[in-house]
Write a protein that binds this ligand. Sequence first.
Ligand SMILES: [Zn+2]
Ligand SMILES: [Zn+2]
Length: 295
Amino acid sequence: MQAFLHSRFRRNKENDAARKIRRGCLYMRKTMLYANYHTHTYRCGHASMEPDEAYVKAAIETGIRILGFTDHCPWPYSESFYKRGVRMHMSELDEYIASIRGLAEKYKDSIKIYVGLECEFFEEFLPYIERYHEMVDYLLLGVHWRKSEEAGEISSSNAVTPEHLSWFSENTIRGMKSGLFRYVNHPDHLFSSYPVFDEYCEKASREICKAALETHLPLEYNLGGAGKGERGGFTGLGYPCPGFWKIAAEMGCQAIVGIDAHSTEPIYNTARIERAVSYLRSIGMEPLRVLEGLE
Ligand SMILES: [Zn+2]
Ligand SMILES: [Zn+2]
């Protein structure tokens, strides 16, 4: 009995230690990312309510040297349509920029901080995109719709036909060719709900990758999608989509890893980041360390 209790006690102690090591692997190891240019804030309405400063502290703790904030940009929606929960309100934009600029100054000795915006490519709102381009350090192209949500069209999360795929690939390519963006967020978002990687997926992937080569824009391997996939959150192929990334690698595109942080947890989840980098290397892609001019 004594021996049994002793071994049980030992086993529990070992389990505690193993748990600590496992947690250490997940949350305490230094990150492989030098820069993360894709970070949201509570203003978009679907991120955690943590203050902006919490993201800065998480980045410093894990060893990120460059942190870019790119919350979802506002659009001039009518107030009656405006839905909290997708993007910041127009009235929050100046305060968002001021908050991030303030943190950049406060933490300038520890980390380099940039303020940007993640934008759709809504051609009807092109003057807004051009204005944002002047206001912030950089824009990222994050296609979730091809027209304003107010137009009532489906999101790329719900693309299920070849025609839907072409809507979103064409819109993405037009955005890439505008010259207003520094990289493409989740270029494979359009496969979220699409059932199988067929010839239409291949066509859309090749066209996006060809445009990336022509415009010299990196393609983001999106860890928001990776996390959602781990939780079984997709009804279709999901993203990052291996079929897409194999084509991107074969065509010689440039990958960049983006955390797409909507809370501080994915910044601390350095194991997920390591898996992404290892996967990209396994298919022959070396992810970009830093964006030129945003070093
Ligand atoms: Zn978001
Ligand atoms: Zn994002």
